[in-house]
Design a protein around this ligand. Structure first.
Ligand code: IPE
Ligand code: IPE
Ligand code: MG
Length: 250
């Protein structure tokens, strides 16, 4: 089992200190396909069910006063999947946002997207861009979808744009530091995640926010994303609250 370190035994899982909630939580939502397979259903049925978990999780994050929730929805490597599955996944933002937009507005949520969205099909891009515009005036939870996102591609792009500025004479090589590099990433206006959650028992990052997660706390669970319930999210936060973040200090 995971997260069974002695120091992480939570006596009362409902005991969340609301003054120490992670400000930015990132989730690698994994296990939809296996959830469906276990039930003899096509993989896409797992993706459909996973949307309900997204809805639940957004509400809960909002209740806790989380500032930003980043959800890894589609990686730059997920294009390798069968065409029908990719097509289904590309329809999900439209389906989710059309249905959920009124509630997201009511909850004062700001929708954001991180990833190469110009490479998405027109209908996918339009759905997310529309949600971003519609919710731009809200100032509650930032719901950030990592869509066609890959951390290595993001960093390469950042390096290219820095090189361009140097070439144009607007920047000196000596000006390049961590903060400048960070400002050239797609996530430049978000704080680094405090907590990373990955479901489905995989213990890897799969090209997700390699730079941004340098000092994040990680929490893994075997629970498959469609089965991820409020108590699981609560547990992740409760475990986070037992961690001591040192950032290299003492
Ligand atoms: C996560 O579930 C959703 C996406 C990656 C889009 P998966 O589809 O990866 O499910 P498994 O890992 O095959 O069970
Ligand atoms: C990571 O899950 C990507 C998303 C959750 C969107 P994958 O299922 O694609 O990762 P691997 O292939 O198991 O590493
Ligand atoms: Mg997977």
């Amino acid at each position: 089992m995971f997260n069974k370190l002695k120091s992480e035994k939570i006596t009362n899982e409902t005991d969340i200190q609301l003054d120490n909630v992670p400000k930015h939580i990132a989730i690698i939502m994994d296990g939809n396909g296996r959830w469906a397979k276990k039930r003899g259903l096509p993989r896409v049925a797992g993706h459909r069910e996973g949307m309900n978990t997204v809805r639940r999780t957004v509400r809960q994050a909002n209740r806790y006063g989380v500032e930003a929730l980043t959800l890894y929805a589609f990686s730059t490597e997920n294009w390798k999947r069968p065409k029908t599955e990719v097509e289904f996944l590309m329809r999900l933002p439209e389906r989710f946002l059309t249905k959920e937009l009124p509630e997201l507005m009511e909850q004062n949520v700001t929708v954001r997207v991180t990833g190469e969205i110009d490479k998405l099909p027109e209908y996918t891009r339009r759905a997310v861009e529309n949600a971003v515009i519609e919710t731009a005036g809200n100032d509650g939870l930032i719901l950030n979808f990592a869509l066609n996102y890959g951390s290595r591609a993001e960093m390469v792009q950042g390096i290219q744009s820095i090189c361009q500025e140097v070439k144009d004479g607007n920047l000196l090589i000596d000006d390049i530091d961590e903060s400048l590099f960070q400002s050239h990433l797609m996530t430049h206006d978000l704080k680094d995640p405090d907590l990373l959650i990955r479901t489905s028992g995989e213990i890897r990052l799969s090209n997700f926010m390699l730079w941004q997660l340098a000092y994040s706390e990680f929490w893994f669970t075997e629970v498959l994303w469609p089965d991820f319930k409020e108590e699981d999210f609560q547990k992740a936060i409760a475990v986070y609250q037992t961690r001591q973040r040192r950032y290299g200090g003492v």
